[in-house]
Write a protein that binds this ligand. Structure first.
Ligand SMILES: [Zn+2]
Length: 55
């Protein structure tokens, strides 16, 4: 028999992405910039302003 607890409080580790306001799961890649936390993918969108050569 498998019993899963929904409330696992090992850490108060809840972070929300500053960009999309979606909670970032512990297993998701994230990055923190200037005390703000983003999904790695959101961060890439936000800060990928550098022009990239085509090809
Ligand atoms: Zn995000």
């Amino acid at each position: 028999m498998k019993v899963e607890k929904a409330e696992i409080v090992n850490q108060d580790f809840r972070v929300w992405c500053e960009h999309c306001c979606i909670r970032i799961a512990p297993h998701e890649e994230r990055t923190a910039v200037h005390d703000k936390i983003y999904h790695l993918r959101c961060y890439s969108k936000l800060f990928s302003t550098a022009p990239k050569p085509k090809g």
